[in-house]
Structure formats: structure tokens, C-alpha cells
Design a protein around this ligand. Sequence first.
Ligand code: AHR
Length: 523
Amino acid sequence: MLKKTVFLTAMSLTFLAVPLWGKTVINEQVQGKQLLTIKAESDKGRISRNIYGHFAEHLGRCVYEGFWVGEDSDIANVRGIRTDVVDALKKIQVPVLRWPGGCFADKYHWMDGIGPRDSRPSMINTFWGGVEEDNSFGTHEFMDLCEMLGASPYIAGNVGSGTVKEMQEWVEYMTADMGAMAKLRKLNGRQEPWKVPFFGIGNENWGCGGEMTPEYYSDEYRKFQNYVVRFPGNENMKKVACGPGDLNLHWLEVVMRNCNRFMDAITLHRYVFTGNWGVKGSATQFNSELWVKLMENTVEIDSMLEKFVEVMDKYDPRKRIELYVDEWGTWWDQEAGSHPGFLYQQNTMRDAVSAAVFLNSFNAHCDRVKMANIAQINNVLQAMILTDGPKMIVTPTYHVFELYTAHHDATLLESELVCDPLAGSEKKIQSVSVSVSKDSAGTINITVANLDPENSTEVICDLVGLTPKAVTGKVLNGKAMNSHNSFDTPAEVSVTELKDIELQADKLTVTLPAHSVSLIQIK
Ligand code: AHR
């Protein structure tokens, strides 16, 4: 990990007099001021834009209503896909979209979702609400959506209840230009094969994807992947193996050991909340103690990634295999009055700050983390978009993704942060989270979150190797730590200009409001 954080406490001040990371940190830090050092000429690798990826499952109102309203809907749409949602998502530059699940992926039979819509068979979505799925949104509709968004498709195949033949034929249907499947695709209106750069072989196969042991999944993986063929024109398709949820290093170890030769990437899922899997906590009703608890659970992603990468390094020392955190985010108790099993939740400044911490951490690990997909894009869990029939709003987390477009494909810069511990945190986690990159135009982009729910804080930034000409800033915030957007107050949380920035030679002083996420741009 490149970005290093040190907590300044009375006890650690003596410790700081010793060399850290090859340089001496001067022991004159005043509490309440955070010190950030940026090496403007460093290069710690490319931040893949796919770290800012998304996930759409056939779950609740994510796909149906969230995207798909049908061609005859009164809601403005293009070929059945709603225009307001696509227009809003274009602004956050969705680089990659994972579909159709989640748990739903290992229950999905793709052939039910092609051909004339009125003759597609229906099924029961037993994972999510026990509702009828009429398969009106299938492969062609998904690919159309990806083309509208300018996003790469990431398909999750069915290992749990599917067959090798079924998976083989799906890949052929989408990406081959000859043979029976290509002929069927053409009959259904699509001449050219699509490009499918990412193909997942199962989802959570240790749980909803078949309750498998890692040894059993490894054997299945090896067999299934053998028939996931890279056809001409789609030669670079990455085969993605199912990794663990949280830090099940045993699963990771077994799958890495048995399958590493046959995979291009492996996944990690990480959900955070303040209670437990039974009672996760309220999305909107919380105090500063519960705020801090979420931050503590969120920053664990750093050590989790480090332990994960350690195992990957053991079996793949040349770092060929990529890590995709293809489900992550906050998971709260279901919104009162919403459909059981639809996982609809509100989204506050607390979710936004948590997202900022996750994304800063993925950036810091960009040598291995090449993709991440927040769960999920519309109306489910930590969504970007909430809809209520024809109405649509964007969430605080959407705005984080908007600010962080600055990091897409940028060069990660080395940065060192010396900061206070977060007040109220027994674990003494950091009070500020930072990521710094340089884009192709030479602009330095700093994303910085103040994890303190009650107090503003000052960050003093030392720019090594750069005399800045101009600095601008934007800040995402609302009045309270639980501020959120609703259909009545859609701009309660929004982005405004960050005014408290002072530039003196190569030093920058910024005041970050409590519970906020900022983007500072230096030219
Ligand atoms: O995102 C909701 C669910 O969480 C997904 O379907 C599953 O993969 C995970 O357990």
C-alpha cells in the first residue's frame, strides 16, 4: 500500500521522531491539523476506471423500473430503457456494469431472456421477494443498455444451477460470428457479435451460488472455464473466479492454489453496516457513535485488501491475476413499507463518506484492484439512483462517484498523511481519508473525506515537486450527518464550491467541513 497514515496521539509523538517511510516526520504537528505530503512527480501505477464500476441485479426495482420500463411506458424511454436514469448515469461515466446477479446469476437461464418478449417464459425470483420474473429484460436489452451508457458488460454466468453447455452457448451467442448460436442471435436482430471483456464463472458459490466447498468449486471452475471460449474479436475476455465474502482466506487460498492457471481475476465481496447480518441498522436514524462504528468497519477494507493480496502474491507473484471487488457498499435494514426482499434503502452523507473511504482504498491498491462494483446501481442497497415510478433522484453516493471521475485512468501519486485519530473511535482509526492522482492533462486531483461527523478539520498539504498555479475545490455535504435526498427535497445533499482553500507557494491549507467529501484540483 502506498498511502500511509499515522495517528498523532500524545503517546505516539515520540515515535514520530524516528524515520518513517525513508524520511523524518517533524514532531511539530498541532492536533486538529492534518498533514498531507504529495510527491507530484511520483508514479504508483494507473488507477483503472473500472474501480468505479457498478452492479445491476434482477433484484427489487434495480433493473425493472430502475432501467427497464418497456417501450409502451409513459416514462420517457429508448427501446424500453428509461432516459432520465441513463442521462444521470452518463454524468458519472459508468465504466463497467455487472449483470444479472448476484445470487440471481446462479438461477438465471439466459435462453429464457431472448426472442420475442411476449413468448419468453417466466420464472420465480426465489432469492429476491419470490416475485415473478418475466424475462423481458435479457441479453439484448442489457447489451443495449451498456451501449447507451458507454459501459463494458461484465456478465456473471450460472454455475450453481446451470450447465456447462448453457454457459458455453451463452458466450458463443454473445461473442461468436459463426455457428448455431451466432445464427440465433442474428435471427433475434443483432448481426455483430458483442464484446464481453469480463465473464464471471459463478457468484458467491460458497453461499447462494450452490453452497459449495472451495475444493468442489475449484473443480467446477476448472471445468466450466474450459468452455468459456475466447472467440475472434473477443480474445481479451477475462475469466473471473469467485472469491470469498469478507476475509475467508481459506476459500481464497484453495481457489488460488487450484485454479490460478485458469483465471484472470478473482473476486471479493465486502458489505458494511453497524449491527449484524440479522439487524444491520437504520439507514437514516443514527447518532455519532453509529457513524463512527460504520467508519471503523469501512476502513477495515485496507487491511483486508492487504491480507488478500498477500495470499494472491503467494500463488501469483508476478501479479498477473486481477482482484475485482465486484460487490461492496453499505447494507441497511429495509426501508419501512418497502417490499420485503427488495433491499431498498435510503442513502445519507454517512454512506457517501463510507464510499469515499472505500474508493480511496481501492485506488491505493490499484496494482491489484482493477475493478470494483458498488452494490447496486438503482433502488437496491447503496444505490446511485432512486426512483418512485416516474420520479428520479440521485443519492449522496452518486455525487461521490461524480467527484471521483477525476481519478479514472489517472496515475496514482505517492502521498503520506499524518492525521489525528477519529474522535470517539476505540480502534483509533484515521479521521481523514485521502487519495491523490495526476490525470493526463497534468492536473493533480485530491479526493479527501472528513470522517468526523461533528467537527471540521484543517488539512495542510505539502506539494513536493510542484509549484501550483491554480487550485479549485468542490465539496459534497448536507446540513447533518444523516442528510439525504428525497423525492420532496432532491438537493438536500449536493456539491458546492469548496471555499476554504488557501495557497502559499507549495503549501495548501484546506478546511474540510464535518461529514464531507471533497475534490481539490491543482494545476
Ligand atoms: O447485492 C445483494 C446480494 O448480496 C447479491 O445478490 C449477493 O451476491 C450478495 O450476497
